[in-house]
Unconditional design. Structure first.
Length: 702
């Protein structure tokens, strides 16, 4: 290095230190690895992969590099970022350092045109985009080419999502390879993540094209000296909720309580609120504006906790978060460490408590069941598409046996693989050959199984819990010998008592045992039914009335009892189950009381559903119409797609004689998911003379 270049590098570091102080405060100083990364990007225009723990300062690296590159006359930095909360925090952080930033995501659609114009005019230093934007036709065709040619830096944040092995595999993230391949020569690329083991690091490097001899890899240790890890084993769901209600006020500061499902988050938030605790539910179904308000409340310590799903995760930045509690274990150590890493970034001590449940495995299994479909289903999608005329996702849905969300996922994967292409108006086939990578999906399944077993082992280990997690993530700072943290429950011997007072349990049970959920009726037939030979379309005018469900399988209260009954052998309904059903019917605000009851046929638990209907008939003094059986030529339907389900349900029952039956019919089923079984059965009963149909199910999956 020459004297002049040495001087210019020194001046550059001085500028970088100044920008960091504007970003993080007057006492902030660059870590040596932060400077190494910035220098590699700004001076040497290299590609780099930074794997550092949460709170290390990865965002400071790319914001400072973005500003320095702009000062050299280069174009804006493009940051691919996975979550809306993360984008909002990043834009706010950028503004503090004088970095002009904007974002394009599903939460600010009204601003897209203005942002596109600012990009074209060179008015932005940083553009944050969701991975889904990369294949939006307008963005891909009008904005992306100029960015690929003029960008000063491309950043892939939370880069573990790129990996098939990452805990949050998203097909859209794999498109980033295409973006990087189209960059002009000399544009630096930075990939960052806090959660990646050796396998994920290697896969990210390969998929992003940042592998090879010229790649800078900066990987630090994962030790978090503020985190105090504990596991509290309580078998009963209600007792776990009661334990948390009893201990939440004792936990330091404010924090996050993670649940595995949306319904569990809502139930737990309601329970804790009823106990006088300042909490709120935060899920993927929470409105965007409300999410922002809840994030602000937590940042300002105006709530004790947010009860959240993984929707509140990567990138949420509250350095003084005092605790993270998990009501149910995530399915992998990587995702668990990522979530607990939200806590204790600027505090001496943060409590991390895991309350695992026996139902966790069933929830993991459900999410695994919606993974990539089998080959024949995927090929059906390809064969259905035209090479010239675009077809929208709703138009495709009745032609393939996939529900909307899985169909969209398959189309995205096929798009990345080059077999289909998203264009204006929908999707077209490319005609390119496509190979179903069965070996890859088998590896993913094996990896998922191994990670789930690791989470079970974490709960059972009598060794250091932090060491266990660090080894699962292949922490390079961990030695070959035992490296105990000295802080977790196993290291210190200081454990939380699992005992819960009888009063606390009874209070929790009273709240969680309130049975009954609304079951709104389907209002519109699926589109494209004529393609399947069924003349149903438009509004449903002869369907069921609004119905009720005893509980969700994911409920904290009724969920475990319903799963136990439905997973067990067939037999008469337990008295407690019938009692819950009676309570739901007693609180049902129907327009006209039912006069008869009819059970829907079940291939798994025929005696159970028949006994429930019979008991409701006896207690409610209703006419027992028996069982609505499937015709022999119409076996029970397993299709996931709405149009396919309806096509197979039409005319599929042996309708009983309804002569002399006045008043509504109470139609009883075990589980309702899509609502189409109730809808089609109700239409058949109405056409056979039933005045009205009131659907009632024991359970719904979620």
């Amino acid at each position: 290095m020459t004297a002049s270049s040495d001087t210019s590098t020194t001046e550059l570091r001085t500028d970088a230190e100044r920008l960091l102080r504007e970003l993080a405060g007057p006492d902030a100083r660059l870590r040596e690895d932060q400077w190494i990364a910035i220098e590699a990007l700004v001076v040497h225009r290299r590609r780099a992969l930074v794997v550092q723990r949460t709170g290390w300062g990865k965002s400071a690296v790319y914001f400072i590099a973005a500003k320095l590159l702009r000062q050299q006359g280069l174009g804006p930095t493009v940051i691919v970022s996975p979550l809306l909360a993360l984008m909002r925090n990043q834009v706010a952080s950028a503004e503090r350092a004088g970095v002009r930033a904007a974002t394009i995501n599903s939460g600010n659609m009204t601003e897209w045109e203005d942002v596109h114009a600012d990009v074209a005019a060179g008015n932005l230093d940083v553009l944050l985009v969701s991975p889904e934007r990369l294949n939006n036709p307008d963005f891909r065709d009008q904005v992306l080419p100029s960015l690929a040619g003029d960008a000063g830096l491309v950043v892939v944040d939370e880069a573990h999502c790129v990996s098939d092995w990452g805990h949050d595999f998203r097909p859209d993230y794999r498109r980033i390879r295409t973006l990087i391949s189209e960059l002009r020569e000399g544009i630096p690329v930075l990939a960052t993540t806090a959660t990646a083991n050796d396998r994920v690091v290697a896969d990210v490097a390969a998929q992003l094209g940042v592998g090879g001899g010229d790649t800078l890899v900066l990987r630090g240790g994962l030790e978090r000296e503020s985190l105090h890890l504990s596991v509290v084993q309580i078998e009963n769901t209600t007792e776990r909720a009661a334990w948390l209600a009893s201990h939440l006020a004792e936990l330091p500061g404010s924090g996050i309580i993670y649940t595995l499902t949306v319904s569990a988050a809502r139930d737990l938030a309601s329970l804790l609120s009823d106990q006088g605790l300042a909490v709120a539910a935060y899920t993927g179904q929470t409105d965007t504006t409300e999410r922002e308000a809840l994030e602000t409340d937590l940042l300002n310590n105006e709530v004790k906790a947010l009860v959240a799903t993984s929707a509140l995760g990567m990138g949420f930045d509250k350095p003084d978060l005092g605790f993270v509690v998990h009501m149910g274990a995530p399915s992998s150590p990587i995702s668990y460490y990522q979530q607990v890493g939200r806590a204790g970034r600027a505090t001496e001590r943060a409590e991390v408590v895991l309350l695992p449940g026996h139902e966790d495995k069933q929830i993991w299994s459900y999410f695994a069941s919606v993974a990539f479909p089998r080959e024949h289903v995927v090929r059906q999608v390809i064969d259905t598409l035209d090479r010239v005329k675009p077809q929208s996702t709703p138009a495709l849905e009745p032609l393939v046996d996939l529900n909307r969300s899985r169909l969209e996922m398959v189309l995205k994967v096929l798009d990345v693989d080059g077999a289909v292409q998203r264009v204006r108006g929908g999707w077209i086939a490319t005609g390119e050959p496509w190979i179903y990578d069965s070996a890859r999906y088998e590896r993913l399944e094996q990896a998922r199984d191994a990670e789930q077993q690791a989470m079970i082992d974490y709960q059972r280990t009598d060794g250091c819990r932090m060491e266990f997690l660090r080894r699962q993530l292949d922490d390079p700072g961990l030695g070959d010998t035992a490296d105990k943290c000295g802080r977790c429950d196993n290291c210190t011997g200081r454990t939380y008592s699992s005992a819960v007072s009888a009063d606390a349990v009874e209070s929790a049970r009273a709240r969680l045992d309130r049975p009954g959920l609304d079951l709104p009726p389907r209002k519109q037939w699926p589109s494209g039914m004529k393609k399947l030979g069924v003349s149903l379309s438009g509004k449903i005018t002869d369907g069921p009335q609004p119905g009720r469900v005893l509980g969700r399988l994911t409920d904290l209260g009724w969920g475990s009892r319903l799963r136990q009954v439905l997973d067990g052998p067939d037999g008469p309904a337990p008295a407690a189950l019938v009692e819950g059903c009676i309570k739901v019917l007693a609180s049902w605000d129907w327009a006209t009381r039912p006069t008869s009851v009819l059970a829907l046929d079940s291939d798994s638990h025929p005696e159970l559903v028949r006994s429930v209907a019979g008991e409701l008939a006896r207690i409610g003094k209703l006419t027992d119409l028996g069982v609505l059986h499937h015709r022999p030529e119409h076996p029970p339907v397993s299709a996931a797609n709405s149009a396919f389900r309806v096509a197979r349900l039409v005319d599929s029952w042996e309708i009983p004689d309804l002569t002399g039956t006045d008043g509504p019919v109470l139609l009883v089923d075990l589980v309702t998911d899509t609502g189409w079984t109730f809808t089609c059965a109700s239409v058949a009963l109405r056409r056979a003379g039933a005045d009205a149909v009131l659907p009632f199910a024991l359970a719904t999956p979620k």
